[in-house]
Design a protein around this ligand. Structure first.
Ligand SMILES: [Zn+2]
Length: 394
């Protein structure tokens, strides 16, 4: 078993709460990696011997980012739609059907190439875990193959057959819900850990969303919900009702929604249902940002994710989302970094990632900066110098 020591770390973000604040910051630290896991964390002066050494040279080291919401399986791009929005056209979500057409027409290898390209792009920017949803196939075969391809790069895969009602079912949405709950779910479930529904006006109402999510739960899938993105609605409360790991977007919340999320708080002080905020979507649709401050002040656990997709948020950059969250959503840099690492892990109900402690996965990033503050302080700058994924330098 070979060991690797990451040494001379000026600031180590562990996310182990304690003396180092919520980020569990240690100064002048080192991390020993063995067999893909963190084996030891401590002062650089006490670092044990190792077979190999990486000199962080006074840089900051963080857990790899956990992007808990992304749509990487698709074909085509919608740059023209983006340009039209920036010229004043509103975003309605209707462009999803454009991507559905392109995705159905694509070969497996075309879809695979896009997934691998975006996965590699995210990894270069420090994302060591990425959740990947289906949702641009919307047939039994296309949803199943989307998830099968997603499992080639991630274990965090989500069946989103209920993204929109496809055009051929527009006049009979009940029939589409039956398809999703029946043959489509049966074909998708072997490749999925989660089920998700776009619960929004123009997509799926509360009754349809509840029926679909309950079918997924009965097949052993965990629940996530696209909720309250385009306007107020039932999605957040439905997610809480069903014990969702995360409700995502949360742009338009009532006090009742916030109270419902806060009511899921557990003994460790985190809410069982996480509010995952996706500021890339508001950026790319020129919409008002969600109010992270309000959620945090109510005691709700917040995660940040990219929502990477070709329509409403074509970014794979977690540092960009951190910068937006700090500048536009009332988060401190520490809160945003926590939300992009430990928060994402919580949204995926994982305790082996988003944290650097013995036994955790050795997913970590070395910045070209002395502090995590630089992720928001120096927006748009490629600050991730090196990534270790499962202990392997990339
Ligand atoms: Zn999404």
């Amino acid at each position: 078993m070979s060991s690797l020591l990451v040494d001379d770390i000026a600031e180590l973000v562990t996310n182990v709460a304690g003396a180092g604040g919520p980020l569990g910051i240690r100064r002048r630290a080192a991390v020993l990696v063995e067999d893909g896991e963190v084996a030891w964390v401590g002062p650089a002066a006490d670092a044990p011997a190792a077979d190999r050494r990486i000199d962080a040279a006074g840089a900051a080291v963080l857990p790899g980012f956990v992007d808990s919401h992304a749509h990487l399986v698709f074909a085509g791009d919608r740059a023209a739609e983006f340009a039209a929005r920036m010229a004043g056209e509103p975003y309605t979500g209707g462009g999803i059907r454009t991507t559905v057409g392109a995705t159905r027409a694509a070969s497996d290898n075309e879809l695979r190439a896009t997934v691998r390209r975006l996965h590699a792009e995210a990894l270069r920017q420090g994302t060591t875990t990425i959740e990947i949803k289906s949702g641009y196939g919307l047939t039994v075969a296309d949803e199943a193959r989307s998830l099968r391809i997603a499992t080639e790069v991630s274990t965090e895969t989500t069946f989103l057959g209920a993204h929109v009602v496809p055009a051929e079912y527009a006049a009979r949405p009940d029939d589409y819900v039956s398809l999703v709950c029946g043959p489509m779910l049966a074909a998708a479930a072997p490749y999925a850990r989660w089920i998700d529904v776009f619960c929004e006006r123009g997509a799926f109402d509360a009754d349809h969303a509840r029926a679909i999510l309950a079918c997924g739960q009965a097949m052993g899938l965990g629940v996530r919900v696209h909720a309250n993105q385009l306007g107020p609605g039932p999605g957040v409360r439905l997610g809480v009702e069903l014990g969702a790991a995360s409700v995502d977007h949360c742009t338009h919340l009532t006090d009742t929604d916030v109270d419902a999320l806060a009511s899921t708080t557990t003994d460790d002080g985190q809410s069982a249902t996480v509010a995952t905020l996706l500021p890339g979507a508001e950026f790319s649709t020129r919409s008002p940002y969600p109010d992270a401050r309000r959620l945090l002040d109510a005691g709700v656990t917040v995660a940040l994710a990219t929502d990477c997709n070709p329509g409403s948020s074509y970014t794979s950059s977690m540092p960009f989302c951190i910068a937006l969250a700090v500048r536009e959503m009332g988060m401190t840099p520490a809160e945003a970094v926590w939300a992009a690492t430990a928060g994402g892990a919580r949204a995926l109900r994982r305790d082996d990632i988003g944290v650097l402690r013995p036994g955790a996965r050795a997913d970590l990033i070395i910045l070209d900066a002395p502090s995590h503050l630089h992720l928001a302080y120096r927006p748009g700058v490629p600050l991730v110098r090196q990534v270790l994924h499962n202990g392997v330098p990339r």
